[in-house]
Design a protein around this ligand. Sequence first.
Ligand SMILES: *[C@@H]1O[C@H](CO)[C@@H](O)[C@H](O)[C@H]1NC(C)=O
Ligand SMILES: *[C@@H]1O[C@H](CO)[C@@H](O)[C@H](O)[C@H]1NC(C)=O
Length: 354
Amino acid sequence: MQSLPPFLFLFFFFFLLLLSSFLSPSLSSHESDDIEFWCSNTPHPEPCRYYLGRNPYLGAPKDKAQFYKLSLRLALDLTLRAQSHLKRSGPACRRSPEKTAWLDCWKLYANTVLQLNRTLAPPPGAGCTAFDYQTWLSAALTNLQTCPKGFRDTRASAELIGPVVRYNVSDLVSNCLAINRPAAADADRGRFSSWTTFGTRRLLQLSAAADVVVAEDGSGNFRTIKEALDAASKRMQSTRGSKFVIHIKAGVYNEYLQVVSSLSNIVMVGDGIGKTIITGSRSVANGYTTLSSATFSVFGDGFVASGITMSRRVKWPGYHVVRRPSIMRPFTVGRFIAGGSWIPSTGVPFNPSL
Ligand SMILES: *[C@@H]1O[C@H](CO)[C@@H](O)[C@H](O)[C@H]1NC(C)=O
Ligand SMILES: *[C@@H]1O[C@H](CO)[C@@H](O)[C@H](O)[C@H]1NC(C)=O
């Protein structure tokens, strides 16, 4: 081995110096190239570029998983900012219809924060899949779209809600939905089989009878569904997470119901379509907003209803976006809770594909 001549060392040194001076500026342009690469593949590239370029969480995403996480964090941040803007506009909405529309928005934004937060940090050990995240993100998106709709429907002054909408949170949530879609489709395929065995095992352990019976004629525990939901609410404080089955006998129930987000796993079983009917007569034209005019709105998780006709306006925030039959199917009683294996034993007629 012969040693290198000294001038070659010097040359090498300068070469390295030159190289590093070339590298450092190209590092930051590389970063914006990355942002461009990721954002150009989303349905709303403009707000993606804008917010990702200013993101407070170090640097550009390195892979799809990071991009997804980052988009979720930004969506949650912006929702919180939009929410505080909404809060500040509250005092200006003292009178109807602005006040009603504003109150709806307040609930809808609070629920959006909840949905995004749990998509970002799912409860540990719950075994949540990309399919669940997709459901929660859909819920968040519907909420965000329902809020300005309430202002439009009641002809409330849109000036009040304009600044809140301009945060473009729904664009960012749409992007998250798009990024997560392929993973959700995979999880959906795997989900059915695991739910069936898991659901059957668990639900067979449930008591065969309903927890409470609602009957218009007084032959049950309660005459109104509202009372049954109140009972469920009380029960749930001691037994969190378990299912609460409400059997609603044939009859017409003129009620406005809300399954709030603290009420989870409510199962409502009617006596059949056209027999158990939940109705209401509020309408947007009468001065109620989209949300408050709903005969039935569901914020709670794991809600299942079967054998019930809900007449007029039924709105399940977050769940009504899911319209495609292939997506709906997992939520029907037969599949979602493996109803076929246990509801017949309660003697309650049901339609597994409702
Ligand atoms: C938010 O949406 C509005 C209207 O679509 C658009 O003009 C604006 O540029 C968007 N903001 C960002 C940051 O993309
Ligand atoms: C998000 O969830 C975590 C854990 O449940 C909670 O500590 C945090 O306060 C939540 N953040 C918001 C903005 O709701």
